[in-house]
Design a binder for this molecule. Structure first.
Ligand SMILES: Cc1cc2nc3c(=O)[nH]c(=O)nc-3n(C[C@H](O)[C@H](O)[C@H](O)COP(=O)(O)OP(=O)(O)OC[C@H]3O[C@@H](n4cnc5c(N)ncnc54)[C@H](O)[C@@H]3O)c2cc1C
Length: 444
């Protein structure tokens, strides 16, 4: 079987690995010079290998973890990912939520009931919400936003500010008043109402291309720097820029699919698909990687930053890079407002934000080494279309396209997740399965 994959992001490569395992000869077309797509390595002159964006994985990413083990049989997962049991803490230490060493779901309930920085009443409200959502099997009305869900469950403004809004932004990259409650609940369900390990926070110890995309790419024929212009599905083949394949997984983002998909004839189903592809809106994420003058160990490897846009304090999360003791990253999700700010003074303002907040952390008192050292170099990467806007009522296409020989993959397909790595991997695997079944059907 001569099959093609267009797009070497996490979805396309997950599909390629599955097609190859089924005995196909697989060619992957990729516009960029390396594998990984929106989760890839960037080579920086001053800092070496960094990433286009800081990524946090969860223990609930079971398919991603399985792929990682499959492609690196000789390496321990702990060499590739740094694992921390669920632990959310503000940079100034006033807020902390830490899972207990108890079986699920008590690890989460304990974390909520003992959260630092919330009143007893707020902790109780948060716990009641989780218990009630579990009783309702994590189901929300179709058009409900996250803000409406939180209001229905009487979550106070402080509880939303400290906990739910940062979690919503981190997982859906969409403001809570616009974000889809059901997608948010799916993430909570799979990380909290699951074995304790599913709520673990996993930070890559190696760059995102090395994590597994590169190893996947080495198992198939890669055509890097090939910007595909035409994907034409017909009843007998799929031609890609004129070259015929028996089948294809199209794994580019929706806007690229809409541009390059050129069916020989249109049907109602193909028109519906095109309309769905055009309907996606996107949200930006900005990632600032800082090279510090000396090693620095913040109070915790992931810290929540308090935003104050009027002072240019736009950072939301601070990560210590496990790869280097003198590098940290700052993440700004749903970064449309960020794009309006003056980039020149951005780094100074973020550095001030970190120093001011970490200085107030209880562990910092009397420990001058907890003050962040001077910034020696930086790299700011703004991915304007980092994720699709996870709004309620979005109609997301299935893996099966209107054409038997073409299946669709990407975090934007109907995975039940927002735009996340695990959604991309699951979509890629499912797209490969769908294509193989459809090809068996046409050849029978
Ligand atoms: C800054 C940032 C931070 C993020 N943080 C997190 C996080 O912490 N946790 C998490 O789970 N997820 C996170 N995500 C989301 C995650 O990165 C995506 O869900 C995932 O990478 C999507 O993979 P994909 O394969 O669906 O799409 P993509 O990665 O977009 O892959 C599509 C590929 O198609 C290629 N392509 C496009 N057009 C063509 C063409 N015409 N010809 C050939 N190739 C083409 C592209 O170059 C790309 O390689 C983040 C994303 C960003 C950008």
């Amino acid at each position: 079987m001569k099959l093609a994959v267009v797009g070497a992001g996490w979805a396309g490569l997950a599909a390629a690995v599955a097609l190859k395992a089924a005995g196909a000869t697989v060619t992957v077309f990729e516009a960029a010079p390396l594998a990984g797509g929106r989760a890839r390595r960037v080579d920086d002159l001053n800092m070496g290998a960094i990433d286009n964006g800081q990524h946090l994985l969860l223990g609930a990413y079971t398919e991603t973890l399985a792929l990682l083990k499959q492609l690196h049989p000789e390496r321990a997962v702990s060499d590739l990912l740094q694992k921390t049991p669920l632990h959310l803490e503000s940079a100034d230490g006033t807020f902390r939520l830490k899972a207990a060493n108890l079986p699920s779901p008590f690890h989460t309930l304990w974390a909520l009931l003992t959260a630092r920085g919330l009143s007893w009443h707020e902790r109780w409200l948060a716990t009641l919400m989780i218990v009630s959502l579990k009783q309702k099997h994590w189901q929300a009305p179709e058009r409900l936003s996250v803000a409406q869900l939180l209001e229905q469950h009487h979550q106070s403004a402080e509880l939303c500010r400290q906990l739910w809004i940062p979690l919503c932004l981190a997982s859906l990259n969409t403001a809570s008043d616009q974000a889809c409650a059901q997608l948010f609940l799916n993430v909570l369900r799979d990380s909290l109402d699951a074995p304790r390990a599913h709520s673990d926070m996993l930070i890559p110890r190696v760059d995102l291309t090395e994590l597994w995309p590169q190893a996947a790419a080495e198992t198939v024929t890669m055509r890097y720097r090939h910007i595909v212009r035409d994907v034409c599905p017909t009843p007998t083949a799929v031609t890609i820029d004129g070259e015929a394949f028996e089948g294809c997984v199209l794994a580019t983002p929706p806007y690229a699919c809409a541009r390059i998909l050129k069916p020989s004839e249109n049907s109602r189903a193909s028109e519906t698909l095109m309309a769905q592809l055009e309907a996606f809106e996107y949200r930006a994420i900005a990632t600032l990687t800082l090279q510090l003058d000396a090693a620095w160990h913040p109070p915790h490897s992931v810290l929540l930053l308090d935003e104050n846009p009027s002072r240019g304090h736009l950072g939301q999360w601070l990560f210590k890079r496990p790869q280097a003791n003198d590098q940290v990253t700052v993440v700004v999700s749903d970064a449309a407002d960020f794009l309006k700010h003056d980039r020149a003074s951005f780094v100074d303002k973020i550095a001030t934000q970190i120093r001011e907040q970490v200085q107030r952390h209880p562990n910092s008192r009397g420990h001058s080494q907890l003050t962040m050292p001077a910034v020696k170099a930086h790299r700011l990467i703004v991915e304007k279309r980092a994720t699709f806007a996870a709004v309620p009522g979005l109609q997301r296409p299935h893996n099966q396209s209107p054409w038997a020989r073409l299946s669709l993959a990407g975090d934007w397909t109907d995975t039940g997740y927002p735009a996340v790595l695990e959604g991309a991997v699951r979509s890629g695997k499912q797209a490969a399965k769908t294509l193989l079944e459809a090809l068996r059907g046409v050849s029978a």
